[in-house]
Write a protein that binds this ligand. Structure first.
Ligand SMILES: [Zn+2]
Length: 172
């Protein structure tokens, strides 16, 4: 079973690396090559850090993102973000921003955690939980009128439509 790819921003895509399929909680990082695939999907496969340490840091960041989003608890996310910072500078006269972490293993995790701060600075009202209460996925609504309700129309949107239809057309 592969994860439904939602194409969400980095922070939410890390959050969404845990999902529920038919009542079962699945974790991309438990799958063979799950970590490598996730890093490659986000252009971060170049890390020379130990993959166990990278995985541990990502799991910390994921649970911190969940605490911030699900429970409104900022503490764990701030702890993750304490492992790095952005350092603006110039290269040949052009502006550059480097990401500096205290350990290279923290780079993917820190980058994902910082991405949520960016989203919340940009459009806090657009960072939303899927309207299907049984779904654990989050999304960033970039639609013009902000009317998106589902992680994916194909999965949760259609499920809701079917449920509504069955309610209004009871079988005899
Ligand atoms: Zn959903």
């Amino acid at each position: 079973m592969t994860r439904p790819l939602t194409g969400e921003p980095l922070a939410l895509d890390l959050v969404n690396s845990v999902w529920v399929d038919q009542g079962r909680r699945l974790d991309q990082f438990d799958e063979p090559h799950g970590l490598e695939n996730w890093l490659a999907d986000h252009g971060m496969s170049g890390t020379t850090a130990d993959s166990t340490a990278v995985r541990t840091a990502l799991l910390r960041a994921r649970s911190a993102l969940r605490s911030a989003l699900d429970d409104g608890d900022d503490g764990p996310l701030n702890d993750v973000l304490a492992h790095g910072f952005h350092r603006p500078g110039l290269r040949d006269g052009a502006p550059v921003v480097a990401t500096v972490t205290d350990d290279p293993a923290w780079l993917p995790a820190w980058t994902a955690a910082a991405d949520l701060v960016r989203l919340l600075a940009e459009r806090p009202d657009r960072v939303r939980h899927c309207a299907n209460a049984a779904c654990v996925l989050w999304f960033y609504d970039v639609s013009k009128n902000g009317s998106r309700r589902w992680c994916s129309m194909e999965v949760c949107g259609n499920r809701a439509k079917t449920a509504r239809f069955q309610k209004s057309h009871p079988r005899r």
